[in-house]
Design a protein around this ligand. Sequence first.
Ligand SMILES: Cc1cc2nc3c(=O)[nH]c(=O)nc-3n(C[C@H](O)[C@H](O)[C@H](O)COP(=O)(O)OP(=O)(O)OC[C@H]3O[C@@H](n4cnc5c(N)ncnc54)[C@H](O)[C@@H]3O)c2cc1C
Length: 404
Amino acid sequence: MSTQVSSAVVAGAGIVGCVQALLLARVGFDVTLVDAADSVPALSDKAMADNAMAVRSVAVSYRSQQLLASAGLWSDLGCPIHSVLVNEQGRFGAVRFHANEFSVPALGYVIKNHLLEEQLYQLIDAEPGITLVKPASVQLIQPVSNPLCLQIVSADQTQTADAQLLVAADGTGSSLRAQLGIEVNTTDYEQCALVANVLCQRDHGNVAFERFTDSGPLALLPLDERRMALVYTVHAHRADEIRSLTDQQLIDEIQQRFGGRLGRIQDIGPRAVLPLMLTESQQQTHGCSVLIGNAARTLHPVAGQGLNLALRDVFELAGQLANEPEVEIALGKFVSARRPDQQFVVRQTDTLAKVFRKHRWPLSASLGFARQSSLLLLDSVKPLRGKFGRRNAGMGIPLTPLGH
Ligand SMILES: Cc1cc2nc3c(=O)[nH]c(=O)nc-3n(C[C@H](O)[C@H](O)[C@H](O)COP(=O)(O)OP(=O)(O)OC[C@H]3O[C@@H](n4cnc5c(N)ncnc54)[C@H](O)[C@@H]3O)c2cc1C
């Protein structure tokens, strides 16, 4: 057994944990980044990357792209989204947002996860202020002491570490959250998301589509050439059925829900079917520990906001810690600063997920009217459109700059 002293331990080296570790190192922390997985994601995804139909992707807003670029964590990674079209199957009312009307080059970018992860791992490798330990997990010995006393447990050794700060970025099922005694509130949407890439007959023209169908929301995001990333929401009772459909049956179902806007769907890649829940931690900090990313809150993907919200948290946390040497005080300021944005995004996403979900009973006239009117209203009332569009691109949300 050996002893290592470090200022910050970040548990979880997903996208969120990696960005957090890099920012903490930039603002002067000596970081130990610990991940439970036994492979480097970028490398394990290599086989996937070789198969263009199998890559997984995520849409980041213009603001997220700007934040990543400002920290040198962005290098022309994604497919730009020039406009977003939101509509509902079988009803009038559609909203189209263009990048031009917000004076930005793109509303967002669709990034292939393995490219971003690969870049983050290269930056971590080159960063002297970060030690990456994997596969390993973090055990809390003294959750309320300052410095915190932790153990980093891997197959062949257990290291004891003192840390002024613990960041738990260990995902939805966060074991550190449980060790800290932080409870979660869970809403089961009784829905699941089918994630896959599709090849369409026509070029996507850098348009992202969000269509509310009689099954649930269906998003098609521009990936490259004629390839789109699909997130298709169905009721949970269809999870097994949707897994076992043949590719052609699935293509037919999606085509019927989406229509012919992109011509025929010609191919579909490997699919994943995931249950959808809102998981919200009852508190985000405990002493000198903080939950971040999915460990803090996991959202329904309907509005594509989970990673965007987490990135704003990650930057604010680093900004507060850069300005305030007392970690507990900085965490308190972080929580106050971020609460309005977090509450807004959780509420908006939860409302969208519930209002537009598949009903197993006939849709009431009033709910149908409300859905249709909200789309019409959004399209026709200029200030409302502007506000909604800017908010969803993450613009105008104040964050504490790093290093002032
Ligand atoms: C279908 C779908 C589509 C989505 N689309 C979008 C989108 O378009 N835009 C958007 O902004 N968001 C989107 N999201 C949300 C986004 O994917 C998440 O917000 C983001 O992946 C959260 O990343 P994370 O790093 O917090 O968690 P994770 O990616 O889960 O990473 C957790 C990490 O912790 C590690 N770990 C786990 N346990 C331990 C442990 N005990 N010790 C150490 N390490 C541990 C894991 O190995 C992993 O590397 C989508 C989500 C879904 C499900």
